[in-house]
Write a protein that binds this ligand. Structure first.
Ligand SMILES: [Zn+2]
Length: 287
């Protein structure tokens, strides 16, 4: 599943290229979308903003129409200059928004629907989302200005007292924006055992965890939006894979960058996601 910062960066990039431009082309393989677009044409509208809410990407058009997409595991948005060759097969296109200069293509995006401001506000999945870790971090030019509610995250964590903290952090109803990579990284930086039940953690520990989570995600958004800066040094590989800079994720059996102990990994949950941790830096939590 894409991390919140990936969606956030995608939204910021799309916003930069598309906002204020007129739609000249709209296509989708989803009949529900094309049906709405027939009744309320999207071509001719102005793209007002592109924003991220949790892992939902929202493209707002003038005249009260909003395209909501969710990437799930394999979806992604690409943006190309008009007429440029796509990096993915046209078969994988699910939805496309074009302007005179650029075309945004949603490949394998499994969830896409057109909403109004009112149906968006009432949307069950969006309403259920916990506070967004990237809200109010100032990264995107769009509607991310809602203040971040740290205590609300802690309240929602407490409501999941019996869950392992690693699972609770992935639950988008508790806090929006953390995927599997950041889960392991955040717990390592905060020196917390991923398998500790939430109820065993102190208020101070949860506060620290939320602060680290916000720092890590926001830091990633900022550093990647400045990839042209030579000081960042990411441009040599052109890789957006965060793994090359990670503390524990993907490093099972290798030495901890902090203490040298061997990093461990374990599959958990129905979808067998891997959790990575350092048994010395993150010892089992007293319960
Ligand atoms: Zn360690």
């Amino acid at each position: 599943m894409p991390e919140g910062d990936t969606i956030f960066r995608a939204a910021a990039t799309l916003h930069r290229v598309l906002a204020g431009k007129e739609v000249t082309r709209f296509e989708s393989v989803y009949p529900a979308l094309t049906r709405v677009a027939e009744d309320r044409p999207i071509v001719g509208r102005t793209i007002e903003s592109v924003s991220a809410r949790g892992k939902h990407l929202l493209i707002a058009f003038s005249g009260d129409l909003i395209l909501r997409t969710h990437m799930r595991m394999n979806g992604s948005w690409h943006i190309y200059p008009a007429g440029a060759r796509w990096q993915r097969s046209a078969h994988e296109m699910r939805v496309l928004v074009g302007t005179r200069d650029a075309v945004a293509v949603g490949f394998n995006v499994p969830v896409a629907e057109l909403l109004t401001a009112q149906t968006l506000a009432q949307h069950r999945q969006l309403r259920a989302l916990g506070p967004d870790l990237l809200s109010d971090t100032g990264g995107s030019g769009s509607s991310q200005s809602e203040p971040f509610d740290r205590l609300e995250v802690i309240r929602r964590l407490r409501a999941r007292g019996g869950d392992a903290i690693g699972d609770a952090l992935l639950n988008q109803r508790v806090v929006a924006g953390i995927g599997n990579v950041f889960k392991s990284e955040i717990l390592f930086v905060a020196r917390i055992d991923p398998f500790a039940p939430v109820s065993s953690l102190s208020h101070a520990e949860l506060e620290r965890l939320v602060a680290v989570a916000r720092e890590q995600l926001a830091g990633n958004v900022m550093s990647r939006s400045q990839t042209l800066s030579p000081a960042i040094g990411r441009r040599t590989t052109r890789s957006l894979d965060p793994r090359e800079k990670l503390w524990v994720y993907g490093r099972g059996g290798r030495g901890c960058r902090r203490c040298g102990a061997l990093i461990r990994s374990k599959k958990t949950g129905l979808d067998a996601r891997l959790t990575y941790w350092c048994p010395a830096c993150q010892p089992p939590h007293p319960q």
